[in-house]
Design a protein around this ligand. Sequence first.
Ligand SMILES: O=C(COP(=O)(O)O)[C@@H](O)CO
Length: 258
Amino acid sequence: MRKPLVGTGWKMNHGPAAALTYAAKLRALLAEQKTEGLDIFVLPPLVSLSAASAAFAGSPVAIGGQNIHWEDSGSWTGEVSAPMLKEVGCRYAELAHHERLTHFGETYELVRLKIDAAMKAGLTPILCLGESAADKQNGTSDDTLRYQVTTALAGQTAASIPGVVLAYEPRWAIGQAEAAPPAYVEERHAALRALLAREWGAKTAEDTRIIYGGSVSPANGAGLISLPNVDGLFIGRSAWTAEGFAAMVRIVADAKLG
Ligand SMILES: O=C(COP(=O)(O)O)[C@@H](O)CO
C-alpha cells in the first residue's frame, strides 16, 4: 500500500515572516481535519526553511527544499547542499522542476547527480518529470518520460527507487487555467509504473509513489486523486494560502482515506 502524499511548492513566494503566518494558520486548520495516513509537505524558498522548520515542528507537515547542489560543500557560489537541507530539518528535496530545467539550464544528467546526493544525505527526492506540448502533439510523451526516468535514476537500484517520489508534471499543464485531463494523466502514470516494472521489477513499480502536479485546484483535485495510479497531488498556486492547501489536503484525505 503506497502512502498518499499531498504537497505544495511555494516557488519564489513567502519569505520568513509570511512562512510563519502560513504555518500557524495551516497547523490550526489541519488540527481540525484528517491527516493521519497522509504524507504532507511544504517546499518553501531557501531563506524561509529555518522559520518553516521551527513553525511546523511537531505537526503533520514536513518540509523540503526546491533544489540542491550535487556536492556536499565547496566553491559553488549561491548554491545549497543536501546535508545543509537536512541540517535545517528538511525531509524532501525537489529536483528537475520544469522551471529549473527551462530557466536555469538543468539537465536530467545533472539531476542524476542530485538524486544521488539527496539519497546519500537521507532526503527523499521529489523527481519532477514531464513532456512538452510538442511531445504531446507528436505522440512521444512516454518516450520523453522514459528518457527522464532512466537518466535520473540510473544510479539507483530496485530497492532504493521506492525512496524517490515521482512527480508527473506535464510542462504544458503547469501554471495554466486547467490541469491535464484525468484520462490522460492516468495513462501517463500507468505508463510510468509499467516502465518501473520493466526496468526494476514489479515490486519497485508497486511500491513507488507517483504524484500529479500542474494546475491542480479544488475544482479538479478530487477527479485527479481518485485515479488508480495517482498516489498524491503536488500543488502550486492553489496551495499558496494555508486555507487553499488545507482544502487540498482534505480532498486527498477524503479520496484516499475514506
Ligand atoms: O509547478 C507546479 C504546479 O504549479 P501550479 O501553479 O499548480 O500549476 C508544481 O511543481 C507545484 O509547485
